[in-house]
Design a protein around this ligand. Structure first.
Ligand code: UN1
Length: 519
């Protein structure tokens, strides 16, 4: 099944392709075209922002509980289409089907959380310093939100932005990754149809990065975008942050990670190995929460390394519709970039985990591979031991199936190593010692900490986000994301009939501060 995918602005399909045409292919079988995509231009992005601005008032006037019902219906419609959406995700970006189903579940969870928020969106009543005066706070929608997302979670991560943004009364321009266009268009349909969204409330723009950036600049300049949500690389995130800052706007940035896992002497080693395998190689290591480096205590290093090597060798890799730990890279572009990371391997490193390194082919086979490796873009899992602190492999995110491993002697050193690369998204520790767990939580710079759980697999209603190179401190999900998509408005109401001046016309009670108790 081959689809033609276009952008949709104010309910109209944009059949022209001013940005050229793009083929979205199945990365597990690259001869299979999943979609032909008509790409838009900077102008199209700016047009979409104008359409969103035009729809802004009518959507924010819809009562929040009614918007909550729209989210409820979206959740049910996604649930009813779960298998076909998951199949499309697997075909388009190669995520194993079980994981794709989990990804779709994450949209439903997000809808379940926010459908009730339509009946809350609480403001406060606050006492005044003066009589016959009352203070209030209100959450106002920000206006138009531009959402730019990556393709590794082509539907779940966008829903973390789109669902609360819409619930809060905002109109949206969504620019997904081109290589995940078919999945994005499918989610767009479920949102618009399930929510009964009027034209212009949600607009989909398919475009490359440069056109999007130029379009965002125009739209920000015209005052058509009031908030930007971006999930992607730290490098692009910095550019988006700079651009929004120039227009006095703030971006919600969810960027890369070099997520550490500390394995202490008291750890349950079997558990830690299972977690390292899942978070290091699940989704072919292409989650922002994927494991970067295992920092393992010297006393258990040999045991842990041996077991992780064995488990990784045994792990089924291949056709994502079969029962595999991981399938192909998301897209050829990620394969090429992963080759660059492999180029950072030094002669003093020791490689474990597979029968080869690099692309899996007939001449560079992976034992137990499920399917035809040459049909797609598959890479060997690689464990790199003997890492040094100055190594690029230790310091930089290596989006792909690669895990580093190094030793430590005391917890302070482990915490220092965990923070050294300067990211701060997710961090894990395996320990049976509560004091160690709390010392780690306090010392580590990550926005999300796991105790005896892997670095990936965050639940959809806890604050999600990072610090340092992983983001600018913004948080998604749960009640915390409301602060991204609403702005507080305060109101005071004086019904005294006189001009009561704050800080000046305030009654004082006579306190006797000289009073002392006598023995
Ligand atoms: C991402 O890779 O951008 O915590 C998000 C996790 C997923 C989300 C990852 N729930 O691994």
């Amino acid at each position: 099944m081959n689809r033609n995918i276009t952008s949709v602005i104010a309910g109209n399909e944009e059949t022209g392709a001013p940005g050229g045409r793009f083929r979205s292919v199945n990365p597990a079988a690259t001869s299979e075209v999943v979609a032909e995509v008509a790409l838009g231009s900077a102008k199209m992005f700016a047009d979409a922002a104008r359409a969103a601005r035009a729809a802004k008032l009518s959507w924010s006037d819809v009562p929040a509980p009614v918007r909550g019902r729209a989210i409820a219906h979206i959740g049910r419609l996604v649930e009813a289409n779960a298998e076909s959406l998951a199949r499309l995700v697997t075909r388009e970006i190669g995520k194993p089907y079980a994981e794709a189903l989990g990804e779709v579940r994450e949209i439903v969870d997000t809808c379940d959380f926010f459908l009730g928020e339509g009946r809350r969106l609480y403001g406060q009543t606050v006492p005044s310093e003066m009589p016959d005066k009352q203070l209030f706070t209100f959450r106002n929608p920000v206006g138009v939100v531009a959402v730019i997302t990556a393709g590794n979670f082509p539907v779940a991560v966008p829903s973390w932005y789109l669902v609360p943004a819409l619930l809060c009364g905002n109109c949206v321009v969504w620019k997904p990754a081109e290589y995940a266009s078919a999945s994005a268009r499918a989610l767009y349909e479920l949102l618009v149809r399930g929510g009964g969204l009027p034209d212009g409330v949600l607009n989909l723009v398919l475009a490359d990065g440069d056109e999007t950036f130029a379009g965002l600049d125009i739209a920000l300049g015209e005052g058509c975008v009031d908030k930007v949500g971006f999930t992607g690389s730290s490098k692009v995130g910095a550019r988006i942050g700079e651009l929004t800052g120039r227009h006095l706007q703030s971006a919600c940035l969810e960027l890369g990670g070099k997520n550490p896992m500390v394995v202490t002497p008291s750890a349950d080693i079997d558990l830690a190995v299972a977690a390292a395998l899942f978070s290091g190689f699940g989704t072919a290591g292409q989650r922002c929460t994927s494991l970067g480096t295992v920092i393992v205590h010297e006393d258990v290093r040999e045991e842990f390394t041996g077991q992780l090597d064995e488990a990784t060798r045994q792990a089924p890799v291949g056709d994502p519709f079969r029962d595999v730990v991981y399938g192909p890279m998301l897209n050829a572009r990620f394969g090429r970039r992963f080759e660059e990371y492999l180029g950072w391997i030094q002669p003093y490193h020791r490689l474990l985990g597979s029968t080869g390194t690099g692309r899996i082919t007939a001449r560079n086979p992976r034992e137990g591979f499920l399917g035809d490796p040459e049909a797609g873009i598959f890479y060997h899992p690689t464990i790199v031991t003997g890492l040094r602190e100055e190594d690029a492999l230790f310091r930089e995110e290596t989006f792909g199936p690669l895990v580093g491993l190094m030793g430590y002697r005391d917890l302070d050193e482990a915490i220092r190593l965990a923070n050294a690369p300067g990211y701060g998204l997710s961090a894990a520790i395996y320990t049976r010692d509560p004091a160690e767990a709390f010392r780690f939580r306090r010392g580590v710079s990550a926005g999300m900490v796991s105790i005896n759980n892997s670095t990936s697999g965050a639940e959809a209603h806890l604050p999600f986000g990072g610090n340092g190179k992983s983001g600018n401190g913004s948080r998604q999900s749960g009640i915390w994301v409301l602060d991204q998509f609403t702005r507080w408005q305060s109101m005071n109401w004086d019904y005294s009939g006189s001009l009561q001046k704050a800080q000046m016309d305030v009654a004082e009670l006579n306190a006797d501060e000289s009073y002392r108790l006598t023995d």
